[in-house]
Write a protein that binds this ligand. Structure first.
Ligand SMILES: [Zn+2]
Length: 112
């Protein structure tokens, strides 16, 4: 049985000072968060699939996903997304795969 799927890792959260919550109208109450998804097989992360994010209002607890964000909030989110760097271990499986291929190539060369 092959166990695979994808998982999201939290990268960065930042409170927005200027954005206004579209739900309750409170300024500076939105916290923007960036996540990065990665594919995994047998719980070993293979490679990142992409970033996604959301904002939550600390006042009314309203959650907005990137698609629902007004343009001004999405702009701020995009800035945060570009700053947020994902951890290298999300490439672990890909690294193992490359090492395996390189080792296999070397052993094939040694045999011939
Ligand atoms: Zn709100």
């Amino acid at each position: 049985m092959i166990i695979y799927g994808s998982k999201s890792v939290h990268l960065k959260s930042e409170r927005s000072e200027i954005s206004v919550c579209p739900n309750c109208g409170t300024q500076g109450s939105l916290v923007l968060s960036v996540y990065r998804r990665h594919a995994h097989i047998f719980w070993i992360p293979l490679f990142p699939i992409g970033k996604k994010g959301l904002s939550q209002c600390q006042h009314c607890k309203n959650v907005l996903y990137t698609k629902e964000m007004p343009l001004s909030i999405r702009k701020e989110y995009n800035l945060l997304k570009n700053k947020a760097k994902g951890p290298l271990w999300q490439y672990a499986g890909l690294g193992i795969l490359i090492i395996t291929i390189v080792c296999a190539a070397i052993s094939v060369q040694l045999e011939s």
